[in-house]
Design a binder for this molecule. Structure first.
Ligand code: ZN
Ligand code: FE
Length: 259
């Protein structure tokens, strides 16, 4: 096994989605959440890459809409949750299972909340990397379309337990609005001020703010810090009971929905 098993490149899609392209040095690749086929097919064709797999984190169209057109050209396995109703999935995954893609082992983490079928893909080599769709965002988290606050909070806790150096590949470029919301709760937080300035600089140069890192998320993402006093105070100030950490999470998520 080589050290450098795969590298990662963003393929921007729609207005703020990223389709993640995983590729080996010998020109094999996989894609995560191809919401549209165009950017994927253009990349495969122009660089003569050999597609080996499609990975899906959840059923939303902006993550799956390109699958049929990609399969029409490249009939590759489609990996997704065993709980998903996406008809193109032909490899059904459950929490804790391992799959081998591009000579690399990926662990499947069930992370319901944004949707009930949501999963993440985690690999340890060459560096820990997490492909987490619309569950954990840089500085934020996904909306609760299907799950309860309790489910989403447990899912985020599960992700927060991954190693500090884990690179976090989310499916959307939502970082600036997430950090502005986070600062509305804690205007004086210097880590947040610094992170927002760095991300504004990246965006002003049309650079992605991703991947993030798990230690940075644990330090600055309000949804991973619901047990900390500043977030508990913010939830209480806005009128929530905030008796439990899940109450705090639910209130902060509600505030973000209306931000
Ligand atoms: Zn989604
Ligand atoms: Fe999405």
């Amino acid at each position: 096994m080589t050290e450098d098993m795969y590298s990662v490149k963003p393929l921007p899609a729609f207005t703020d989605n990223y389709i993640w392209l995983l590729e080996t040095s010998d020109g094999r690749c996989a894609v995560v959440d191809p919401g549209e086929a165009g950017p994927v097919l253009a990349e495969l064709d122009s660089r003569n890459l050999k597609l080996e797999a499609i990975l899906l984190t959840h059923h939303h169209r902006d993550h799956t809409g390109g699958v049929a057109d990609i399969l029409a050209r490249f009939p590759v396995p489609v990996y997704g949750s065993a709980d998903s109703k996406v008809s193109s999935i032909n490899h059904f995954l459950r929490d804790g299972e391992h799959i081998r893609i591009l000579d690399t082992e990926f662990r499947i983490l069930a992370i319901p909340g944004h949707t009930l079928d949501h999963i993440a893909f985690y690999s340890e080599a060459p560096v820990p990397r997490l492909f987490c769709g619309d569950t954990l965002f840089a500085g934020g988290c996904g909306r609760l379309f299907e799950g309860t606050p309790e489910q989403m909070y447990r899912s985020l806790e599960k992700l927060a337990g991954l190693p500090d150096a884990t690179e976090v590949y989310c499916a959307h470029e939502y970082t600036l609005s997430n950090l502005r919301f986070a600062l509305s709760l804690e205007p004086e937080n210097p880590l947040l001020q610094e992170r927002l300035a760095q991300c504004e600089d990246l965006r002003s140069r049309q650079q992605p703010t991703l991947p993030s890192r798990m230690d940075l998320e644990r330090a600055t993402n309000p949804f991973l810090r619901c047990h900390e006093a500043p977030l508990q105070d913010a939830a209480k100030r806005s009128g929530a009971s905030a008796n439990s950490v899940v109450d705090v999470f639910a209130q902060i998520r509600r505030l973000k929905d209306n931000f």
